[in-house]
Ligand binder design. Structure first.
Ligand SMILES: [Fe+2]
Ligand SMILES: [Fe+2]
Length: 306
């Protein structure tokens, strides 16, 4: 295997000791794994933004509308940045979308749902954005440097999305009507469960067999990330006055979070991913329509590049 020993971390984990920079010098297996990760994130950014895009005409406040517009622009930008990383690894950006549209690739649970209210949008964005930030801050320490650098750029904008969601949720909880506060609380319960699922099934005992983990592209186990997320977010939720103790408790003897109020049926979750959640087909229709409408321009751009 020819690799570029372009950086050595001070990390004790031997998986992360050697990092890779040049895509044309990667071992085939490693390149495929890195391509899979980057392609997956292209989809997460572009499909993930659909939940927000359809709310754009319904934002109840001009200033919030500007912020939502900026967030949507950022997410599409993240999709483009990641598509460049994936293209360097041999992916075709149209194929990334068509593979998903035609069911050859799947997306995580949080991308299968829409928002029923403006209050739900804020709460869900707060919960999910913070989870994504925890994921990205782990992945950016992985062994493929171009991917890590792209993530660091993305994280800066995700911090803005996080603060917008926090500010919106805080405003609704402090100045909103009873109905609005109830909607925020309901969304907290719903999206907390979904986000714990988003980190993936318990894997501490299995992760060493995961090829992405072995390659140092996945840095931490699902369980480690879920714990880090709860450590970070529980104080924020408590600060907002959300009923955290109805759902979570800290198990002092095990040194980890227990989630008695958030029962997760992993078999049902798997089934939902296979069949598609309530908004999944709608996102597919929106993206398919957009690809078809713009096919002529994409072909022109390709011709120009050739
Ligand atoms: Fe993003
Ligand atoms: Fe975001």
């Amino acid at each position: 295997m020819t690799t570029t020993r372009s950086a050595v971390t001070s990390d004790d984990d031997p998986r992360l000791a050697v990092k890779f920079q040049r895509w044309d010098e990667l071992d085939d297996d490693y390149r495929k794994l890195a391509r899979k990760m980057a392609s997956f994130q292209v989809l997460a950014e572009l499909v993930g933004v659909m939940q927000f895009v359809e709310w754009l005409p319904m934002v109840p406040d001009f200033c919030r509308k500007q912020m939502l517009t900026a967030k949507i622009q950022d997410e599409v930008g993240h999709g483009h940045v990641m598509a460049r990383v994936a293209e360097d690894l041999g992916a075709d950006r149209d194929a990334i979308l068509w593979d998903w549209l035609e069911g050859r690739t799947k997306l995580l649970n949080i991308f299968h749902f829409d928002f029923k209210s403006w209050e739900e949008l804020g709460m869900a964005a707060l919960i999910v954005n913070s989870a994504a930030i925890v994921q990205f801050q782990s992945f950016d320490k992985g062994t493929y440097l171009p991917y890590g650098r792209a993530l660091k750029k993305i994280e800066k904008e995700e911090a803005f999305h996080y603060h917008h969601a926090l500010d919106l949720t805080h405003e609704l909880l402090t100045h909103g009507t009873t109905v609005q506060r109830d909607r925020v609380h309901e969304a907290f319960a719903t999206w907390l469960g979904r986000t714990l699922v988003y980190f993936g099934p318990p894997d501490s005992h299995l992760v060493a067999n995961n090829p992405l983990y072995q390659a140092g592209l996945k840095v931490d186990s699902n369980d480690a990330l879920r714990e880090r997320y709860l450590d970070r977010m529980v104080p924020v939720w408590r600060g907002l006055g959300l009923p955290v103790d109805d759902f979570l408790s800290y198990d002092e003897s095990a040194g980890r979070w227990a989630t008695p109020g958030v029962p997760i049926d992993w078999a049902a979750e798997k089934k939902m991913l296979e069949g598609g959640g309530p908004a999944y087909e709608r996102w597919k229709d929106m993206i398919r329509t957009s690809l078809e409408k713009n096919a002529r321009y994409a072909a022109l751009a390709r011709g120009k590049a050739a």
